[in-house]
Design a protein around this ligand. Sequence first.
Ligand code: T6T
Length: 325
Amino acid sequence: MLKKLGVAAAALAIGALAAGSADAAGKKTTIALIPGLTTDAFYITMHKGAQAAADALGDTLIFQGAPDFNPVTQVPVLDAVIARHPDVILIAPTDKVQLIQPLQKAFQAGILVITVDTFIGNGHYQTGAGTGDFPLSYVASDNILGGQIAARALAKSVGDKGKVYVSNVKPGVSTTDQREEGFKSEMKLHPGIQVLETQFNDDDANKAASQLQSVLARNPDLAGVFGANLFSALGAANGVKQAGAAGKVKVAAFDAPKSIVEPLKTGLVDIAIAQHPAEIGYFGVIAAHAAFNGQSIPVNIGTGFTVMTKENIDDPQVNRYLYSD
Ligand code: T6T
């Protein structure tokens, strides 16, 4: 009987604690997460991290996005979300310039805006400097550094000489622009390497694969390619495979869907740079909740990378960063 009472008292205490901590956590916040596109493993993983933080805080998370990575389809989704008037919008803007004005509408409606993964304007927020500086925070990987890491790895695997190029999405996307910038700046330190013209694939892996084959046809001595995001990388790797050039044309991949494991193991892909999208989602929600509750928040929240290779991909501390799908 005593034991039973003890358990009941403990349960009551835990209940009180939970209620107390919910109060201490502040007002429940309704947060809308708008990804770059809904079907990309990167954003699916970000959603999971965001949901984990929302559950911990008792917040409501709405996930609403477009089927492709394109401002033309993202802006109507944003307008629909603004009409629902959440407390905070977390968004991965699909263009640095084209999302400024549509996001100003959210800001003017009194909705707090935080960007995740990508930024608008020059990415420097709360400076008072310009039309695109109103978001409260930018939660993301260091994409210039990511491009530099890819360049160093690719330079090593091509033996510091030969022709390489960047397979990229399209100009105007902050993340992939910065990866290309970091890649090219690092390659300047490798004078034996010639960086050919960037090929833009509109986030279409099939296009990236056929571009690889055209570049290789024009440059039979092509030594390597950097796929600057998930679809660019998978597409470029497929192009190498279809051309029968596996191992001859080296591949450095940005992003880490589960389908990168096999190409890493067979040597088709030399290195994959995994971002930590769950971390971006988690800390995005924490920042949203804090800001809505009147706390000041960091203007930049930087998240990490995990570099994956054939040698380390079976290590659970590494492969836990493979994206969910
Ligand atoms: O690389 C990620 C993301 O960081 C980028 O902004 C867009 O492409 C991905 O979603 C991968 O497909």
